[in-house]
Design a protein around this ligand. Structure first.
Ligand SMILES: NC(=O)c1ccc[n+]([C@@H]2O[C@H](COP(=O)([O-])OP(=O)(O)OC[C@H]3O[C@@H](n4cnc5c(N)ncnc54)[C@H](OP(=O)(O)O)[C@@H]3O)[C@@H](O)[C@H]2O)c1
Length: 308
C-alpha cells in the first residue's frame, strides 16, 4: 500500500481524480487544498485512509508543515502529485509584472518547493514517484498564455534534470502534459476581466477569454481517464518520461515536434558552420588526423579537404 501526497485537491479537478484513483487501488491519500472544508464530506467516506490538509503551495512554510504532517500521519510519502496550478491570460508585453511573477510562483517555484520538501523522505526510503502536472503548453507555447507556457516549460526543464538526479535513489519522475480537460480550469475566467496593459493586444486577449469561457464544460478530455492512463504508465517496466493526454493535445505536440525537427534539419548547415573550423589535418593516413578512424581509412577525411 502506497501513500500519495496530492496538491490542488479542489473537487472537480485533476487533484481529486488522482485521489479517487489512488483510493480505488487500495492506497492512502493526503489531499491538500486551499479550501480544505470542501473535502471534509469526501474524507469522511474514507475513514483512516485519507488525510486532508490546508495548503497554499506558494507559502513555503505551509508546504514544509504539510509534508511533515503527512509523513508523520502515514509514515512517509510514496507518490507526489505536483498538481496545483492554473493559467492567466495576457500578452507577453502587456501582462503586468505582478501577474507574470504570480504565474511563475504558482506554476513553477511552488512545484520546486514541494519537490524539495518531499525528496529527503523519498531518498531516505530509497524509492518513490514524482508526477509533475505540466501541460501541452509546456511543450508548445500557447499564444496569450506566454507566462503559463513559460512556467510549464520550466517544469519540463526541471523534471528532465530531476529524473536523472534521483534515479540512483530509486525515484521515478514523470511529466504529464494534458491538452484541454474538463476540470474547473477554464470556469474561473468568467469572473476575471482582462487586465491587459497594452491596448493593441486587448481585442485578441478578449477573444481568447471568450473562447476559454465558451469551452468550459465542453473540453474533450476526461480527468478520470487521464489519471488512469498515468497510473498505467507508472506500472510499466520501462515507464515513459512524459505522457501527453488527450487526442487534441497529442496532435498539437506531434505537429509541434515534427515542425521543430523539420526546421532543425533545414538549418543544419547554419548550425554546423557556427563551430570553429576543424583543426588542420596532417593527412588522412596520419594518426594525428582528428577525424574518426573509419573516415581516415576510407580516405574521406573532411578535415583534410577543408584545410587544403
Ligand atoms: N484542465 C486542463 O485542461 C489542463 C490542461 C493542462 C494542464 N493542466 C494542469 O493540471 C493541473 C490541475 O488543474 P485542473 O485542470 O484540475 O484545474 P482546476 O480544477 O482549476 O484545479 C486547479 C487546482 O489548483 C489549485 N490551486 C491554485 N492555486 C493554488 C495555490 N496557490 N495553492 C494551492 N492550490 C492552488 C486550485 O485550488 P482553488 O480551487 O483553491 O483555486 C485547484 O485545486 C494544473 O497544474 C494545470 O495547469 C490542466
Amino acid at each position: 500500500m502506497k501513500t500519495w501526497f496530492i496538491t490542488g485537491g479542489t473537487p472537480g479537478g485533476f487533484g481529486r481524480a488522482y485521489a479517487d484513483a489512488a483510493l480505488e487501488q487500495g492506497d492512502n491519500v493526503v489531499l491538500t487544498a486551499r479550501r480544505p472544508h470542501l473535502l471534509h464530506d469526501w474524507a469522511a467516506e474514507h475513514p483512516g485512509r485519507v488525510l486532508v490538509l490546508p495548503l497554499d503551495v506558494t507559502d513555503g512554510r505551509q508546504v514544509r508543515d504539510a509534508v511533515k504532517a503527512a509523513e508523520q500521519h502515514f509514515g512517509g510519502i510514496d507518490v507526489l502529485v505536483n498538481n496545483a496550478g492554473r493559467g492567466w491570460y495576457g500578452s507577453v508585453e502587456g501582462t503586468s509584472d505582478a501577474d507574470a511573477r504570480r504565474s511563475l510562483e504558482l506554476n513553477f517555484f511552488a512545484v520546486v518547493d514541494v519537490l524539495r520538501a518531499v525528496l529527503p523522505g523519498m531518498r531516505a526510503r530509497r524509492g518513490g514517484w514524482i508526477i509533475n502536472m505540466s501541460s501541452v503548453a509546456g511543450l508548445r507555447s500557447v499564444t496569450g498564455f506566454g507566462f503559463y507556457s513559460a512556467a510549464k516549460f520550466a517544469v519540463e526543464g526541471i523534471t528532465g534534470a530531476l529524473r536523472e538526479e534521483v534515479a540512483p535513489f530509486g525515484i521515478n519522475v514523470l511529466a504529464v502534459e494534458p491538452g484541454a480537460f474538463r476540470t474547473h480550469a477554464y470556469a474561473g475566467f468568467g469572473d476575471e476581466p482582462v487586465e491587459e496593459t497594452v491596448g493593441a493586444y486587448r481585442p485578441a486577449i478578449e477573444a481568447l477569454r471568450k473562447t476559454m469561457i465558451e469551452q468550459s464544460g465542453r473540453q474533450p478530455g476526461d480527468p478520470h481517464r487521464a489519471v488512469r492512463a498515468v497510473i498505467h504508465a507508472m506500472r510499466q517496466d520501462d515507464p515513459p518520461h512524459r505522457l501527453v493526454l488527450g487526442s487534441a493535445g497529442y496532435d498539437t505536440v506531434h505537429t509541434a515536434l515534427h515542425d521543430m525537427l523539420a526546421e532543425l534539419h533545414a538549418q543544419e548547415p547554419a548550425s554546423r558552420n557556427a563551430d570553429h573550423p576543424p583543426a588542420p589535418c596532417p593527412g588522412p593516413a596520419s594518426r594525428r588526423c582528428p577525424r574518426p578512424r573509419t573516415e581516415r581509412r576510407a580516405g574521406t577525411c573532411k578535415g583534410l579537404r577543408r584545410s587544403r
